[in-house]
Design a protein around this ligand. Sequence first.
Ligand code: IPM
Ligand code: MN
Length: 367
Amino acid sequence: MKLNIAVLAGDGIGPEVTHEATKILKAVAEFGGHDFTFTPALIGGVAITAEGTPLPQKTIDISLASDAVLLGAVGDNKFNALPPNERPESGLLQIRQHLGGFANLRPCLAFAALSENSPLRPEVTKDVNILFVRELLGGLYFGEPREWNKTTGRAFNTMVYTRDEVVRVAKIAFELARKRKKKVTQVDKANVLECSQLWRATTDEVAKDFPDVTVEHQLVDSMAIHLMNRPRDFDVVLTENLFGDILSDESGVISGSLGMLPSATIGGKVNLYEPVHGSAPDIAGQGKANPLGAILTAAMILRHSADLEAEALAVEAAVAEILEAGHRTPDIARGDTKATVTTTQMGKLVHEALAQAIDREQAMHAV
Ligand code: IPM
Ligand code: MN
């Protein structure tokens, strides 16, 4: 298997966590005799500093020429005063547009070993397995017109969706639900917004082609509370861009930390993979970042871009194993944690667990 991966490490903790994720991918390639290549490129604040733009043309070219893009994080407080279209975040929004992926898959798993980390009781989070399907190329993030008029003191953004934009992402949600618990919860604000009414009606239309999948609708405000009260009731959660941004962050409470959440964006020219957490400038460069979100993102590359499902499962199992063994970065440590591990140590632990699992597997085949 040959895979050419563009690595856009970005800002803050981005480089630290993507480094650990690429090490895991290299190990998988080595064990399985695959040919994975990694091409670094600049994005976000580091690109502004080096090239004067958050998304240099070279990065676009490298990304479009790759089989998958692994992105760390963007965002740096240094650029907070800039208008939205010049900030590091705009580099991320632009690369999403160039790659064209509209379905952002954000799984939220409750790892048993972290059940005491969540402020939610373990019996509430036990066995939670939600897949958020966040629409990534529409809505308020990209809608025109948009403006902050400093003279009039008036600002506006536009939430806009077409039926086709909803259909294509809804289809992906239903197809994925078919392989899971066969339930789609579509989230909107249909009691107030026309856009949401379009989402609701269109989802119901798409649902007709998936009679084996149950569909329900939730308003985003009540969904925020249902997610905390009864997260086990949800399977696939389908929603528009901004609501998906907010609800997927909220789901970090279920997993025990935002640092645990991976994501994959599919449906476009090249799939884009990024952990859900941001650049966390407050802890950048200190070895405190949790690389597990990025490592689980690497597992999603194996699953969705390399068709290496067994290897993806092996990486996920290695993560679960080292959590079971009690290893913790500061974000998932608790008062009674004896000692925390650094970003690099955590990456190494996952690597070792993975290597041992592969050795066991090979030993089994040898018998
Ligand atoms: C995310 C991030 C981004 C988003 C920001 C950095 C633009 O919060 O991936 O969830 O809002 O999509
Ligand atoms: Mn976000």
